[in-house]
Design a protein around this ligand. Structure first.
Ligand SMILES: C/C(=C\C(=O)SCCNC(=O)CCNC(=O)[C@H](O)C(C)(C)COP(=O)(O)OP(=O)(O)OC[C@H]1O[C@@H](n2cnc3c(N)ncnc32)[C@H](O)[C@@H]1OP(=O)(O)O)C(=O)O
Length: 353
């Protein structure tokens, strides 16, 4: 009789059997395909608070009823970062579980109305672009437009366009141009002065931009807080959004990958940096995010810091108690290497109200 658990027998059996695979390769996606994602999740108070707490997003309007009501909410709503991460997490099984990295995202948008806990999320994605990677023959580059909807009403709660590197089943020959391209290094081209806003209200950002306008200056500053990545941020938070990417929880597979280890979910890195930035401002409402890029890996033991540049401030918010500010946020690690960058438009409270 075969002893299936005899180590030698079992090792040979493992080699000979087929693996029932998960996820899709580059060749499985065609432009125009629409994918209704089967996983869905209920946006719970626990999930929301766990995400916000671990990423240092402490805006009281998302934690306390009195602060929520003062912001015009019925109760503490779902935080936009948790909503974004959950919308993306649900898609991973179909779109990127096969491996490959989350490269970037743009046109992240939310409706003006808040989303409350107890909402069930249903997500769909459309393939909007697929391209050959000129530098990495074993990968292709795929972009999807994703919409996270209220399962009951069909209202879109969060939408964006995201790009991942996706493994090919069959590597192709490339011209290698991406791998060999070099750029001339003229050294850093920075303004001679950096202006820091006095406070975190809309008026402070307007004043800082005015002070910088006539000078060779930028409104740019760093935030003091850092968050060292641990098992909770690297593995637990993505799994709590149903993100099944092996990058976050399978050390065995990832030891033989470009990162050599499991890495932090891009939305955790980003939300942590945004948490640092928001701790130095009076946020009223998140409007959207554009041009998000993930530049290098973040792993257990790395510390995520944040740097902010203020790009513009306009008095055109949805509430007369706030103004609209556009920022560029850069997350960086303990070696000062940028790991994430993106622009963010947010409504910031006015001091005068
Ligand atoms: C969710 C989820 C997974 C995750 O959250 S993974 C964690 C977040 N992402 C990362 O940690 C990735 C960080 N990035 C990197 O480490 C490097 O970018 C990477 C992936 C190792 C590639 O670095 P390289 O230096 O080899 O390559 P390039 O930077 O030149 O990029 C390779 C090609 O990709 C194109 N590309 C890069 N960024 C974008 C973008 N935002 N949009 C579109 N295309 C982009 C770039 O042009 C290169 O193209 P070639 O044709 O020249 O190959 C989950 O599983 O979903």
């Amino acid at each position: 009789m075969t002893e299936w658990t005899d180590p030698e027998t079992f090792a040979q059996a493992l080699e000979q059997v087929e693996t029932k695979e998960k996820g899709n390769c580059f060749e499985d996606f065609a432009e125009g395909d629409v994918i209704e994602h089967d996983p869905g999740l209920t946006l719970t108070q626990f999930g929301n608070e766990q995400w916000m707490g671990q990423t240092l997003n402490h805006d009281p309007a998302y934690w306390r009823t009195d602060a929520a009501e003062a912001r015009g909410f019925d109760e503490p709503p779902v935080h936009p970062d948790y909503l974004t991460a959950a919308t993306l997490g649900i898609t991973v099984e179909d779109l990127s579980e096969k491996g490959g990295y989350f490269l970037g995202r743009t046109d992240v948008r939310f409706p003006e109305t808040p989303v409350y806990t107890g909402t069930e999320l249903h997500v769909e994605s459309e393939v909007v672009n697929r391209a050959t990677s000129s530098s990495r023959p074993e990968y292709g580059i795929v972009s999807w437009r994703t919409r996270g909807k209220d399962a009951e009403t069909g209202d879109v709660l969060c939408s964006y366009e995201r790009t991942n590197m996706i493994p090919r089943r069959d590597p192709v020959a490339t011209d290698g141009s991406g791998a060999t391209a070099t750029e001339e290094d003229d050294g850093p081209d920075l303004p001679s002065e950096f202006v820091t806003p006095e406070g975190g209200y809309f008026e402070d950002f307007v004043e800082a931009l005015e002070n910088a306008a006539d000078e060779d200056a930028a409104v740019a500053y760093r935030h003091e807080r850092g968050r060292t990545q641990d098992d909770v941020t690297v593995a637990q938070l993505p799994l709590s959004t149903l993100n099944t990417a092996k990058q976050h929880h399978n050390v065995d597979v990832m030891s033989d990958s470009p990162s050599g280890n499991i890495v932090t979910y891009g939305d955790v890195t980003r939300s942590t940096a945004l948490g640092h930035a928001r701790s130095d401002e009076q946020t009223w409402r998140e409007v959207g995010f554009d041009d998000e890029s993930f530049h290098t890996f973040v792993a257990v033991g790395d510390t995520v810091y944040a740097f902010t540049r203020v790009l513009s401030a306009e008095d055109d918010a949805s509430s007369d108690r706030a103004g609209t500010v556009t920022f560029e946020h850069i997350a960086f690690n303990q070696d000062d290497e940028p790991v994430y960058s993106g622009t963010r438009t947010a409504e910031i409270q006015k001091r005068s109200n």
